[in-house]
Design a protein around this ligand. Sequence first.
Ligand code: ADP
Ligand code: MG
Length: 724
Amino acid sequence: MSGNESRVQAIHQITNREPTVVQQTEPLGKIWACDVFNLAKMEEALSKTAYKAVKKTVETGAPLEPSIAEVVAAGMKEWAIAKGAKFFSHIFYPMTNITAEKHDGFIITSSEGNAITEFSGSLLIKGEPDGSSFPNGSLRMTNSARGYTAWDPTSPAYIMHTDNGATLMIPSVFMSWTGEALDKKIPLLRSNAAMSKAGQKVLALMGETEVARLNSSCGAEQEYFLVDANFANARPDLLLTGRTLFGAPAAKGQQFDDHYFGAIPARVQIFMQDFEDQLYRLGIPAKTHHNEVAPGQFEIAPYYESANVAADHQQLMMTLMKATAKKHGFLCLLHEKPFAGINGSGKHVNWSVGNATQGNLLDPGKTPHDNLNFLLFCGAVIRGVHKFGPLLRAVIATASNDHRLGANEAPPAIMSVYLGDQLEKVFKDIKDGKVVASTSGGEMDLGLSQILKFERDPGDRNRTSPFAFTGNRFEFRAVGSSQSVSGPLVAMNTMLADSLNWIAEKLEAELSKGVTQADAVVAVLKVLMDEHGNAVFGGDGYSAEWHEKAVSERGLKNIPTTADALPALREASVIELFKNTGVLSPVELESRFEVYAEQYILAIEVEAKVVVDMAKTAIYPAVMNYLSDLGVANASMADLEIEIDDTVMKTVALEVNAMMAAVSKLDKAIAQHDFASTEEHMQFMANDIRSLMDEVRLHADTLETEVDDALWPLPKYREMLFIK
Ligand code: ADP
Ligand code: MG
């Protein structure tokens, strides 16, 4: 196809598409979790002893006896085969943001040649993928990258239906033969355990007699774009990199705010319904959906669940979202910034910690005593964000999220905490010594139970903060839409564990002086606020003033790119943090630095290659055709002795020359490979390569506004964002 033929065809296809047939959906009660081997199904399928043992493991994380695994495997197999599954697979979560699976048949044949099925406890518990092609960082050296998967009984198995039939999926961890974590699940489980241990210590010091294991919860709001597949197929950049590397802004963008919370287009509604029904079958509690700010942008948020299950569900959701979108003729873009000049996509990670005996510890609670516990946990978060701000920045650092952070629509790359006016005042009063606990030894009520109630009104929340308290949880808003939530959850749980350990130590010292609990809490929190209160900020996080003051007056770090952010994983304080809490050994942490750095470099390298390719093979030929048309027209005018204004021709010629000059600089830069260190290589990508890509784009986008529309080969922003 030449010229804009592919664009014209795409528009034709879209405007003449047969309307998607609305599927009649089944009632929720009938489909809810029907494909999940959850506790309810286990109760039916297993013996009483086996069921009790598994339930205990799910609820307390206690290890499972091999004999029990045998019984569970038999029950699970029966259930899965009855539902049509012929294969099973351990599903695991490598250090990249994807999921991995290796499918195995239940089938074996008997000596008589009959097909029988086999699935033992040991097959359930342990799988052996060939781990060598997953990025493992420095762990590659220590154990030649072989690894195995092991069932995580705390996340239920389920049946995945695809066009290729039904498969039993078994959520698993992925580790090396020497026991190092090669995945994103093991650190999450360990971080929960570390946080629980530290939290229990604090609660015991607060006089709680019964303290159940603590767990973290996560509810992730997922933003995404839908672009018609006909357009996407004509955009190599969207297909290969998930974002547009070229594209002049449309005359109409999002300035009217007419998409936000507007009526969802019918075609998208049908997609959502199909997608959500699949989620329900898999026991994923999809709760809200709506249009987002940008045209073509939407959001889905499931109800929150235990962090480990939520993380698995989040991965599954992203997979299903892309597959279902495809079925409905869309490309689903999870990239953080698919369109320049249009809002990007994030993933707000709502996070809280609690247990069965004290409830949600980030909820102010009803009694003065609950309030003290709450203040300690809240204080622990403040300390964590202050002390480990660069770590929080590092765990959300990807090449794609760099485009979004710090832009005027997304949280800044400076880590601060928003508490809301009243809570901020409570902490400030504690810091200023204005809160004096009662001398009578009675309990102190800071009145939080009353005043914090209306914090839950979403109206007065500060949307510009990367890390906000929202009434009974914290919301980490800087997380990228394409990311796994595990990294951020691990960082939050671990920094909380560290802070709670610190609090426990201080609290114990105070209490040993014989003061009341209230006095001890206030004293500890005063020290905490003196040292870490600088992270608390309730103002406008987008303002230039904050960007200045955060750094110069508060000593916070503004970390603009992934190249600047990832080295935090190599800092002594971060290595100590993960080592002391038992979440990641130094070698495990280092391997993460290496994998993330490699991913960053590769992501930009691929983009740069696509820029060169598209500029040379799509844009340049279109521009030259236009110039030749203009040339012919000019020549014929000259024959008539009419002098025609050649400004456009000159502009186009100069722009195309400039574009090709930038392309050749970029091409040369891509070939550069001699870097002294990974850090240097990342900086080169962040600065040299990215700016050369921008330079090519600048000229190409100018050309898009000059060249005859009939010749322009790439679907334009106005088409991709507005034609549905
Ligand atoms: P908003 O868009 O106003 O931030 P949403 O209702 O879209 O809020 O999403 C809030 C998310 O936070 C949901 O996933 C919700 O289940 C989750 N959530 C609510 N309470 C908690 C909690 N205590 N801990 C963790 N997540 C929570
Ligand atoms: Mg939110």
